[in-house]
Design a protein around this ligand. Structure first.
Ligand code: GLU
Length: 297
């Protein structure tokens, strides 16, 4: 049996906060308990917001916290060619198509639908499903779009993907979803509509880069916040299209602010850097997130 592989995959687009500390330390605890390898992945495909300065602060904060990783971190911005190659495979199989409606056009189309008495579904992130119909175009028209227009978004063709998959797809949930879902979970790709996998000038979305990296790094256990539970319904189909194995999933509790909302990177008072400047120690941080039984190294 090979060793289990875990990964913590933060995005350096702001300061790490208590929610990241929780995710990192839960990952580390599970990895060590399983005798596994702990990887750190830097999810910086958004190169405008993920700066080298943020990355340096992130690594410093993780070291201060006592998070340990067992190999050099994989930085996604160093691997755009891997995501492009994966995308080319899907394009060649007509599983991905270029869409041209702007965000404003999408909003207006959905508003029109609702004004006319209809309703329009949104994905689990609250984004309206794509109302355009470029998925009906043939290969030549698709190529013309990609060669001719100033901007386009590459989307996974939901219907073509569902037709291709060996049904039924599931994943094993060792944690729990927002409604307490646990154990074997049925994938529901349809509720995501045609998800964005790349843009003309951005070679990968989170979903694509995450799946390719988990595959390349041999990740066997994905431990992450419950807010990403529904993303697994996108990740499992992509894994199958790319012939990648399915990891086990553990979606953990989120650390919430006083008003019950998920912490965001703008929540300055819970940034590890600010807590440290205020004189708190890594042990204090563990106590604040309910992991006081986990020793600092
Ligand atoms: N980069 C994502 C985040 O910071 C985590 C993605 C994942 O663990 O799959 O929220």
């Amino acid at each position: 049996m090979s060793r289990p592989v875990f990964r913590f995959a933060p995005s350096p687009n702001g300061l790490l906060h208590l929610g990241h500390a929780y995710s990192a330390l839960v990952n580390l605890r599970l990895a060590r308990a399983a005798g596994g390898t702990m990887l750190l992945r830097i999810e910086d495909i958004d190169t405008a917001r993920c700066t080298p300065e943020n990355e340096a602060m992130m690594l410093e904060d993780l070291e201060w916290l006592g998070f340990e990783w067992d190999a050099s971190p994989r930085r996604q911005s160093d691997h755009f060619a891997d995501y492009r190659a994966a995308l080319e495979d899907l394009l060649a199989e007509s599983l991905v198509y270029p869409s041209t409606m702007s965000r404003g056009e999408i909003r207006r189309a959905v508003e029109r639908e609702v004004e006319n008495g209809g309703s329009w579904p949104s994905d689990p992130d609250g984004v309206p499903l794509y109302p355009g119909n470029e998925c009906e175009l043939g290969p030549q028209a698709r190529n013309e779009i990609m060669a001719g227009v100033a901007d386009y978004t590459l989307r996974l063709d939901n219907a073509a993907t569902l037709a291709r998959l060996k049904a039924p797809l599931q994943w094993y949930e060792e944690g729990s979803g927002p409604d307490g879902q646990t154990g074997w979970i049925d994938v529901n790709l349809a509720k995501w509509g045609d998800v964005v996998l790349a843009r003309k000038d951005t070679p990968a979305s989170y979903h694509l880069a995450c799946v390719i990296d988990d595959g390349i790094e041999g990740v066997t256990h994905v431990v992450r916040g419950r807010d990403l539970f529904h993303s697994t319904s996108v990740h499992r189909p992509l894994q199958q299209l790319f012939g990648l194995p399915a990891p086990a999933y553990f979606h953990h509790d989120l650390i919430l602010d006083e008003t019950g909302r998920k912490l965001s990177k703008s929540v300055g008072s819970t940034a590890l850097r600010h807590l440290r400047a205020a004189g708190l120690t890594p042990v204090d941080v563990r106590r604040m997130i309910g992991l006081e039984d986990q020793p600092a190294h």
